[in-house]
Ligand binder design. Structure first.
Ligand SMILES: [Zn+2]
Length: 125
């Protein structure tokens, strides 16, 4: 259930708060207990978050799309500079892994913020 202070934050504000790992309602409490594990309720405003907003396969789809573009750009740049294919692999595999792991929390927060702002919890669907 959404709990607001004086007025609800806009969708853009809720999405930005989720993107930086903050509660979409108040922007003060932490969104995650651990890596990709949302808190049950916000410590500051008491908003229910954990398990209510399931992002499903949209999360890996977005991350794979973004990382895929980074990977293709990297491959093109390395081939343009005629880098050894083995060296390209040594460079691009860690970049791919690190970029994926770094992108997952903010993208999941963005999606939770979007679902929260549209009131699309699992109970609503
Ligand atoms: Zn909060």
């Amino acid at each position: 259930m959404k709990t607001f202070g004086t007025h609800p934050p806009s969708s853009g504000t809720a999405i930005k708060r989720g993107l930086v790992g903050r509660c979409p309602n108040c922007g003060q409490g932490k969104l995650y207990r651990r890596y990709l594990d949302p808190v049950e309720t916000c410590d500051v405003c008491g908003e229910q978050l954990g398990g209510r907003y399931q992002v499903g396969l949209l999360l890996p789809l977005i991350v794979i799309t973004v990382v895929g573009h980074i990977l293709v750009f990297g491959l093109l740049e390395l081939s343009r500079h005629e880098v050894n294919p083995l060296m390209s692999l040594i460079i691009l595999v860690p970049v791919t892994l690190i970029a994926s792991l770094l992108l997952l929390p903010p993208v999941k927060g963005l999606l939770i913020g979007l679902l929260w702002s549209r009131d699309l919890s699992d109970e609503q669907r």
